[in-house]
Write a protein that binds this ligand. Structure first.
Ligand code: GLU
Length: 321
């Protein structure tokens, strides 16, 4: 393992799968890099099951997710935190945000918001929430009473800059793109943006490593950190893995779930060998142990561009020799 001058034994990171039964090769690459960063820099690594992610969560997938991660050869400290076990930390955070006037209740449906959003600015998403729809009380201290109600975060009209340790500096104008985003849902559960911040704070996470599809979320989460009076973590957003057609790995590329490849005969050393090429630490497809991977791991060699999963790689992954 290369000696790393940036070793920081007080730092901590997390693996945060959503137990949907669909951990795929892209997730595996991010988790492996997260694990290797933790090992080479002396970080503590914890596991969190993000099972509040609504209808996509499949019963029983939690055990499957941790079994798959362990099968890959990943390890982590302590028992996993499962979000749905206790919603009180999220309620407390909401109470705080309500007290300080950072959130407001919103009963509008997605469709109503969309039709009210006239002349959206370039780059605006469907969910951009127009400021004209803010209630008059927005910005005032309110009670967090209606748990079966949407609450939105009052997004200031400022630029949020993310200094990402892998992806570099990125500036986000959230007021013009997402607008006031949801922190609590009418299903009486926290929205992803809130739960991830509350959990990273309570799990003492100092370093967040994940796919760069969540880079813009880092800006939203930074606003929540500021509102809760807590410094944001260091961010490390990695490029995604794409299918041969250049689109993000998804169902249209066939079954790219780890569980499916495993059923087809993929061994852990084959998987690690493929991921090693995607991390720039192996030039040819060859089986690799976790020890060999760690030895070759070097953050500076990870490609800056998205990875493409090719047909040849597919064939190699599931062939036995
Ligand atoms: N649970 C999320 C996912 O599997 C990751 C969220 C995060 O890392 O902040 O996509």
């Amino acid at each position: 393992m290369p000696t790393d001058s940036s070793s920081n034994p007080t730092a901590s990171s997390r693996l945060a799968p959503s137990p949907t039964g669909a951990l795929h090769l892209g997730n595996a690459r991010t988790f492996l890099v997260n694990w290797a960063l933790a090992k080479t820099r002396g970080w503590r690594l914890v596991l969190r099951m993000e099972d509040l992610d609504g209808p996509r969560i499949k019963p029983g997938s939690e055990a499957e997710a941790s079994e798959l991660l362990a099968w890959m050869g990943l390890d982590w400290a302590g028992p996993p935190l499962t979000q749905s076990d206790d919603l009180s930390p999220y309620r407390e955070a909401m109470q705080h945000l309500c007290d300080a006037g950072h959130v407001f209740p919103c009963a509008l449906s997605r469709g109503e918001i969309k039709s009210a959003a006239s002349a959206p600015q370039e780059g605006a998403t469907d969910s951009a929430y127009p400021t004209s729809l803010r209630p008059e009380t927005a910005g005032s201290s309110i009670a967090f009473l209606e748990e079966d109600h949407n609450y939105r975060f009052l997004v200031p009209d400022t630029t949020v800059v993310i200094n990402d340790h892998f992806a570099g500096d990125h500036a986000f104008d959230l007021a013009g793109t997402t607008g006031d985003f949801v922190t609590w849902t009418r299903r009486a559960t926290p929205a992803y943006q809130l739960s991830v911040v509350v959990d990273d704070i309570r799990q003492d996470v100092t370093d967040v490593v994940r796919g760069d599809d969540l880079l813009e979320s880092a800006a939203r989460q930074t606003l929540i950190y500021n509102a809760l009076g807590h410094p944001p973590p260091r961010w490390w957003h990695l490029p995604l893995v794409l299918g041969p057609d250049g689109h993000r790995l998804a169902k249209r590329h066939g079954d790219t779930r780890l569980s499916a490849f495993r059923r087809l005969g993929m061994t852990a050393p084959r998987l690690i060998g493929l991921l090693a090429t995607w991390c720039g630490c192996s030039s040819a497809l060859q089986e690799m142990t976790m020890a060999e991977f760690l030895d070759a791991f070097d953050l500076d060699r990870i490609p800056r561009d998205p990875i493409t999963f090719t047909e040849q790689e597919y064939a190699w992954l599931v062939s036995s020799s």
